[in-house]
Design a protein around this ligand. Structure first.
Ligand code: FMN
Length: 312
């Protein structure tokens, strides 16, 4: 699965990764639910794939992620989204943003496992049984003391599946990810568990698989740095030989396609510049050439400045 990423994993990026292959599921950026049932236009904005049965053009399902603390409102929004065609609902219990956490959303709910139970069961009741209701957590807010209680609350509330980003909220995105806690979670719940956090390479995947005992994985930054990481992992898991894609092909195919598609859909030219630089900075971790390209492009204000660098 490509893990949800706010400000990154939108429709355009999903389309690029879906055509590259290797992912069995995508999740939207989080849709924040505060005080009402949101209009259809919001769901269509976050999940334009609703017009294609909630799937990418290649047929990969896209789940809608909701974030909030009010069980009934989340349930009503989830219900409405499924009426519009969402093929799965994911609940965000991991967002570390102080603003979100101050307003009763994301990782702050991990402090009160009974509230996770209330939210998941309300959403589960309101969403047709055939549609998955999944949850994504961290290991806790400040410490990991309640992690098993959290997982059991979500399981007993009827969630279909649990994704675990193996760090606490206070650990942010700092390595390491504590995959051993995922193994502990798997021991106490029955639903499938998806391991997430710090998978940057096939070697990391193998370590994560060994330590967590999982056979489902969610990639985030690693897949931005190495766009064919999921394909490499699939090939490893099915004992095929893999030939990682070269920087040349990332630059001339993947990135070019991304920019072309952004230019036709972005709300403004500066959005295209911003997203292009953002992805170049992630790619810099996978390819030295991208790192130097990013260094040259980071002060650019227009695509007219960036495109010649990309082509040179
Ligand atoms: C820029 C960014 C945005 C993210 N947005 C979301 C989000 O909207 N919903 C969510 O559940 N997790 C979000 N995450 C967390 C990721 O899904 C993932 O759990 C985390 O990055 C750990 O995986 P990684 O080590 O492979 O990057 C975000 C992470 C990053 C870096």
């Amino acid at each position: 699965m490509f893990a949800p990423m706010e400000g990154v994993m939108d429709h355009t990026t999903r389309a690029v990764y879906s055509s590259l292959g290797g992912f069995d599921r995508f999740v939207t950026e989080f849709v924040r639910v505060t005080d009402k049932v949101l209009p259809a236009s919001i769901f269509h904005r976050y999940l334009p794939e609703l017009r294609n049965g909630s799937k990418t053009l290649e047929g990969v399902p896209v789940f809608l992620q909701l974030l909030g603390g009010n069980p009934e409102l989340l349930a009503e929004n989830a219900h409405f989204a499924t009426q519009l065609g969402a093929c799965g609902i994911d609940l965000n219990f991991g967002c570390p943003s102080p603003t979100v956490n101050r307003h009763d959303g994301g990782a702050s709910l991990l402090k009160e496992p009974h509230r996770l139970f209330d939210i998941v069961s309300a959403v589960r009741r309101r969403v047709p049984q055939a549609i998955p209701v999944t949850a994504k957590i961290r290991l806790g807010f400040s410490d990991k003391n309640k992690v098993l209680e959290i997982a059991k609350a979500i399981d007993s509330a009827g969630a279909t599946e649990l994704t675990v980003h193996a760090r606490t909220r206070d650990e942010g995105y700092r390595p390491p990810a504590h995959w051993e806690f995922i193994a502990m979670i798997k021991e106490v719940i029955d639903i499938p568990v998806i391991a997430n956090g710090e998978i940057w390479s096939v070697k990391d995947f193998l370590n994560c698989q060994r330590i967590s005992g999982c056979n489902r994985f969610a990639l985030a930054r690693g897949a931005l740095a190495t766009p064919d990481l999921a394909l490499q992992i699939h090939e490893q898991a099915t004992h095929q030989t893999s030939t990682p894609i070269t920087w040349e092909s990332v630059r001339s195919d993947v990135l070019a396609k991304f920019i072309q598609s952004l230019q036709s859909t972005a709300p403004s030219p500066s959005f295209v510049v911003c997203r292009t630089k953002q992805w170049l900075s992630h790619l810099g971790r996978g390819y030295p050439e991208a790192k130097s390209l990013f260094d040259s492009a980071k002060r650019a204000r227009t695509m007219d400045e960036i495109l010649p660098l990309l082509l040179s």
